[in-house]
Write a new protein. Structure first.
Length: 428
């Protein structure tokens, strides 16, 4: 076998492979063995016909085709291994010349794992941002606690901002009720901006028992096309107005809502501590992302198109699922984000995100080899057990953790985590 290599780009290669009589003879024997299984010859049981006998009964064209397929398949695998090239997809084969039992010449083209040249991963110059908790943030949490503990008391006065009202309503467009525009005994806090502009404002000043129409216009960028910019009427009945009476912020309240605290001062200190811990975690995760991004920027890391396409499909699938949970279609999202169409969204948002993921993955894989990062069997077992605890009430999910491919995926994630942690340590 003779092989020559042509680099089409940093991520794609073309191998030209030539095979002679010796390789084709070996492939012919393999082909005869395969074809013999489907040949019926008097005196032999089905599937037990010797290759030497089968050769006399096999149609020459079928034998040549099978021999070619076997020869090419084996040669492609051996050639990529011999050249130390890792193909990321099944190579596309193009037969240039074939003389049965004599010679064959073909090309095999594929995207490959590129060579990565790491930047100076010890001097990335990325600092972790400090995060401090403000008094206003603590006060906001306290206010929400007071609101959550507030007693809702029905009042006879007119509704005002901050009140909770109970309403029945039916939304109509051109005197026809539209989907999702009606509810009964719906609780709404005025001033929450939960409804379209003008709805909550229209209830302010009304009293329990009032019936009225709210003539409004949906925003032009509303996610439902049939309602975007439409003039509508909400036939509304105000059934109750409730005033929120918050408890007094004192030590008794602190004891009630806090864990192990005795005073308001201790409650505020506890809240500040929790907020600080949360901000520190968020800052640390952002710092890791920034370090990886900086390493990608300072490294030479080509992104194979086959990997980018695979990531793009994954991103699109996740996006569709996340939007579905929010009750939004992809088409609605594309419209609200001002993309022309799905192709424009894929080009401007999905493709760049996919390329970014691929480059980060490749550079971290190269760094893990550079740092000789390893995940022990005990560490892997510990991580798998953590996943099992998370899905303890899901028998189907638990079964997946027995699968080798799932365990390999967890091992890869663990190795990536250890590599990023080492990157953080090296850049302190």
């Amino acid at each position: 076998m003779k092989t020559s290599v042509k680099n089409l780009s940093d991520t794609r290669v073309e191998l030209t492979i030539k095979l002679g009589k010796e390789e084709l003879a070996a492939a012919e024997q393999v082909a005869l063995t395969k074809l013999a299984k489907n040949i019926k010859v008097p005196g032999f049981r089905a599937g037990k016909v010797p290759a030497s006998v089968a050769a006399k009964h096999v149609e020459s064209g079928s034998l040549a085709q099978q021999s070619l397929e076997d020869a090419v398949s084996r040669a492609v695998a051996e050639a990529f291994i011999a050249e130390d090239i890792q193909a990321l997809e099944r190579p596309a084969v193009d037969i240039k010349k074939f003389v049965p039992s004599s010679e064959v010449e073909f090309t095999a083209e594929a995207d490959i794992l590129p060579k990565i040249k790491l930047g100076d991963y010890k001097k990335l110059g990325v600092k972790q941002e400090s995060a401090k908790v403000s008094t206003a943030e603590v006060t906001d949490i306290i206010d929400r606690m007071l609101e959550g503990s507030a007693e809702k008391v029905a009042v006879e006065r007119a509704a005002k901002d901050g009140d909770e009202v109970v309403i029945d309503f039916v939304g109509k467009k051109d005197d026809v009720a539209f989907d999702g525009g009606a509810a009964q005994d719906h609780s709404l806090k005025l001033g929450s901006n939960s409804f379209i502009p003008g709805f909550e404002e229209g209830i302010v000043g009304k009293k329990a028992g009032d019936k009225f129409d709210l003539k409004l216009k949906f925003p032009k960028d509303y996610h439902a096309d049939e309602l975007a910019g439409a003039d509508v009427v909400f036939e509304t009945t105000l059934k109750a107005v409730k005033e929120s009476k918050q408890p007094k912020l004192d030590d008794d309240f602190a004891k009630k809502v806090g864990q192990g605290v005795e005073t308001v001062a201790e409650l505020k200190a506890d809240i500040k501590k929790e907020l600080q811990a949360q901000k520190d975690r968020e800052s640390a995760e952002k710092h890791k992302d920034n370090l990886v991004a900086a390493l990608v920027d300072t490294s030479k890391v080509p992104a194979p198109q086959v990997l980018v396409d695979d990531q793009a499909r994954s991103i699109e699938q996740d996006m569709r699922q996340n939007l579905m949970y929010q009750g939004i279609t992809l088409e609605q999202y594309i419209k609200t984000q001002k993309f022309k169409d799905e192709a424009d969204w894929q080009k401007k948002e999905v493709a760049p995100a996919a390329e970014k993921r691929v480059k980060a993955g490749l550079v971290l894989a190269e760094l893990s080899k550079e740092l000789k990062a390893e995940a022990s069997a005990d560490e892997l077992a510990e991580h798998i057990n953590l996943y099992r605890q998370q899905y303890a009430n899901n028998p189907d999910a638990l079964k997946q953790f027995e699968q080798p491919e799932v365990q390999r995926d967890i091992a890869n994630r663990l190795l990536t985590e250890k590599t990023v942690d080492k990157l953080v340590e090296l850049n302190k």
